[in-house]
Design a protein around this ligand. Structure first.
Ligand code: ADP
Ligand code: MG
Length: 246
């Protein structure tokens, strides 16, 4: 479902992703770990075109973007990829002047040109799914961080993505609100969504991931099932990373 082939990304000549080769199967949950600055966000952003690779290629759901392609071709393929890929960020980025429901159905109306009554039906169902049926008319400022993030997840799901990318979705939340967002992600995982998740929630990583990918300095240093990774990481770098957490 997701593949990177010799993916690299440089900013002003500095390579922050170096020859990343990664494959994620359908319904697989991959958790990306690594120190700050190791390239985790850049990797996710290269998958959906928020950043463009400077070398190698990415392929999502059969749509390939090669760094060597013409800019216009790359952009058009990334547009296709984004139709099937949802992304959730640390900052929820909801429209402040739209209600929860309006945020969720925005893309259905503007991108899919769906009739409003149909979009509303879907939006209400999605808000129910993330436990926010009663908040559909609330504006983001009236919602807690955890509720806002769940609206952001519902909004991403509205486009019926085959892949969900999460970049530290709970890092901006007060500790008591983290669980409700992770629970929604657990449900998605259970339903077979293909997911790549950057998170500092090690318990979630242990319980939900099928595989841990550990990055440092722009490379994949280690890949392992969570039990093995947390019990006995193979590399000194991963050991050091885990020791610093505890
Ligand atoms: P992580 O998410 O693992 O903390 P990032 O992917 O955000 O790491 O960053 C990896 C490296 O790329 C860092 O050194 C960061 O400063 C650099 N970087 C990220 N985005 C940009 C950008 N738009 N311009 C220049 N450098 C960037
Ligand atoms: Mg990051």
């Amino acid at each position: 479902m997701i593949q990177t082939i010799g993916l690299s990304k440089a900013f002003h000549g500095a390579e922050v992703l170096k020859n990343i080769n990664l494959q994620v199967a359908k319904s697989e949950i991959v958790v990306l770990l690594g120190p700050s600055g190791s390239g985790k966000s850049t990797l996710l952003r290269c998958l959906n075109g928020l950043e463009e690779p400077t070398g190698g290629a990415v392929e999502l759901n059969g749509i390939r973007v090669d760094a060597a392609m013409k800019v216009r071709e790359k952009r058009s393929r990334y547009r296709e990829i984004r139709k099937h890929t949802g992304m959730v960020f640390q900052q929820f980025n909801l429209y402040p002047h739209k209600t929860a429901l309006e945020n969720v159905i925005e893309a259905l109306l503007t991108v899919k040109k769906m009739p409003k009554h149909q979009a509303v039906q879907i939006g209400e169902r999605l808000l129910e799914r993330v436990g926010l049926a009663g908040k559909k008319d609330a504006y983001p400022s009236r919602l807690s961080g955890g509720q806002q993030q769940r609206v952001a997840i519902a909004r991403a799901l509205a486009m019926e993505p085959d892949i969900m990318l999460f970049d530290e979705p709970t890092s901006a939340l007060d500790p008591e609100l983290v669980g409700e967002v992770l629970d929604v992600m657990r449900e998605l995982a259970k339903e077979g969504m293909t997911m790549m998740v950057v998170t500092h929630e090690m318990k979630f990583a242990r319980q939900v991931a099928n595989r841990i990918v550990f990055m440092d300095e722009g490379t994949i240093v280690e890949e392992a099932p969570p039990e093995a990774f947390f019990r006995e990481p193979a590399t000194e770098r991963a050991k050091k990373f885990l020791n610093q957490l505890s």
